[in-house]
Ligand binder design. Structure first.
Ligand SMILES: NC(=O)c1ccc[n+]([C@@H]2O[C@H](COP(=O)([O-])OP(=O)(O)OC[C@H]3O[C@@H](n4cnc5c(N)ncnc54)[C@H](OP(=O)(O)O)[C@@H]3O)[C@@H](O)[C@H]2O)c1
Length: 329
């Protein structure tokens, strides 16, 4: 843990809206993931102007990143004890929802044991933990947005391991609003890099439109697409304002995967990113069997979290337009 990626500034410390942000050290995991990339690319001004050290980690390190394997709980503990960060932002996760069904131990190690190890080490060193979590901790059987305090009831291994990570943090550090641990649940994350629905759909739109075949997409699962840009902004705001407890963040609105795929085709065609979009055909979940069951409804009630953050989300379609422009440029 010796090679640090740092942004240092000799400027006077700035006052943020709630609390002065002084010298700060942040340990980031999953730095090469979708969210990790967005976080590294969007350091907010208030933090840039303080004396900030960002220790950005990834599984194998290199390219300015520090190696930290989240499947190794002892290494996670040692990383915190060594660096003594003011914040750990745990954006790394085992996110392969279907593969998790056949790799439950690895998913559990990364998604449950690593957050527990961070929490246990931080109970000794101090500092705050921001744990990213997911709509998949809920069963998706209700027809209105999930509230912050609803009981978890995951459907598959991925959701169960993320729920176990949440529970571990609650046990070790507690989840009080003025406390030391924050859970930020989000949904349907996509951005200009990484493995995500947008990039998959852009590829499939191209292929299917060339082959004059329909693109079949599930229309009976509803949630909200969330761009990494908006999500990274929410994370940084939580750090700036020292917000803890359970929080929800997604872009605004609601969509099915079918709606999302149609919008991707339309907006990519309009922007010239796609020459021609495929025709999208709605199908039922039953017509697209996957190893892991997914929640049919996973909107998150973000009202109070947005107020605490002081952020107004973009509508998902507007956010999508901006990401497509980024991908196409
Ligand atoms: N993606 C979504 O739709 C979604 C929805 C709701 C919530 N979330 C949550 O949001 C957070 C960020 O997700 P994301 O979309 O940015 O995920 P992502 O793009 O899959 O990135 C996850 C990162 O974690 C890393 N990682 C996995 N196993 C590791 C290990 N053993 N050691 C070190 N690093 C490891 C991955 O590295 P490798 O590439 O080397 O595996 C990857 O860089 C996660 O907590 C996720 O659960 C995501």
């Amino acid at each position: 843990m010796r090679k640090h990626l740092s942004w240092l500034s000799s400027n006077e410390l700035e006052r943020c809206s709630h609390e002065r942000v002084g010298d700060m050290k942040i340990l980031l995991t999953g730095s090469e993931g979708q969210l990790g990339c967005a976080l590294r690319g969007s350091l907010p001004k208030v933090l840039q102007n303080s004396s900030l050290e960002l220790i950005a980690t990834s599984r194998s390190g290199g390219d300015g990143l520090v190696a930290l394997d989240l499947a190794d709980a002892d290494a996670c503990r040692a990383a915190v004890l060594d660096a003594q960060p003011d914040w750990v932002i745990n954006a790394g996760a085992y996110t392969a929802v279907d593969r998790a069904e056949t790799e439950p131990e690895l998913a559990h190690a990364v998604n449950a044991l690593a957050p527990r190890a961070f929490a246990e080490a931080m109970a000794q060193t101090g500092g705050r933990l921001l744990q990213l979590s997911t709509d998949f901790v809920f069963n998706g059987r209700q027809g209105h947005p999930y509230k912050l305090d609803q009981p978890r009831d995951p459907l598959g291994v991925y959701g169960a391991t993320k729920a176990a990570g949440e529970q571990a943090i609650a046990e070790v550090l507690g989840l009080e609003r003025e406390g030391r641990a924050a859970l930020l649940r989000t949904s349907w994350v996509y951005g200009p890099v990484g493995a995500n629905f947008l990039l998959t759909m852009l590829r499939l739109h191209r292929q299917k439109s060339l082959a004059a075949e329909p693109l079949r997409v599930v229309a009976d699962q509803v949630g909200c697409p969330t761009s990494t840009a908006g999500l990274a902004g929410a994370c940084w705001r939580m750090v700036e304002r020292q917000l803890c407890g359970v929080m929800h963040w997604s872009d605004a609105g609601a969509a099915s995967w079918y709606d999302f795929a149609v919008a991707i085709g339309e907006l990519a065609e309009d922007s010239g990113t796609l020459e021609s979009a495929a025709q999208v055909q709605p199908i039922a979940t039953a017509d697209y069997p996957t190893p892991a069951q997914r929640p049919a409804y996973s909107l998150l009630d973000c009202t109070s979290s947005r107020e605490l953050m002081g952020l107004v989300p973009k509508h998902w379609r507007q956010a999508l337009k901006e990401v497509i422009a980024d991908v196409g440029s």
